[in-house]
Ligand binder design. Structure first.
Ligand SMILES: [Zn+2]
Ligand SMILES: [Zn+2]
Length: 128
């Protein structure tokens, strides 16, 4: 690959912001990526900051959703099991009421699980 500005020079890498090939003269090393000298430095710096923020957020939030999902499944499961048992007793009429609470809890568990998975996927897709 050649430099975008100097077709005779070999590129040492790509600009993290605009993706153009850069030679030694045109590239500024921003620590976690290269930038076009005098044009993309600010953009690349902002990008690196954004990625760092996303990475930090994505490192902690999936765990919270995982916990929420487990709580939803467990409490929803307990409510549904209790509803099933209650249905066999003379107090059968409380079963629908218990199920009425159990279903949204299970649904919450499914939703939190979905969010957890998509956050994990997003974490993997973050550029280095
Ligand atoms: Zn650039
Ligand atoms: Zn160049």
């Amino acid at each position: 690959m050649k430099c975008f500005h100097h077709p005779d020079s070999d590129a040492v890498g790509l600009c993290k912001a605009c993706g153009k090939g850069l030679c030694k003269l045109c590239a500024v090393d921003m620590g976690q990526g290269l930038a076009c000298a005098d044009s993309c430095e600010v953009a690349v710096r902002d990008l690196i900051v954004q990625i760092a923020i996303s990475r930090k957020a994505l490192a902690t939030t999936p765990g919270a959703y995982k916990t929420q999902s487990t709580i939803g499944f467990v409490t929803g499961g307990i409510f549904m099991a209790t509803a099933g048992l209650a249905a066999l007793t003379p107090a059968w009429f409380v079963a629908p009421l218990l199920a009425l609470f159990g279903v949204p809890m299970l649904y919450q568990g499914v939703r939190a699980r979905r969010t957890y998975r998509s956050l994990l996927a997003a974490h993997k897709e973050l550029p280095p």
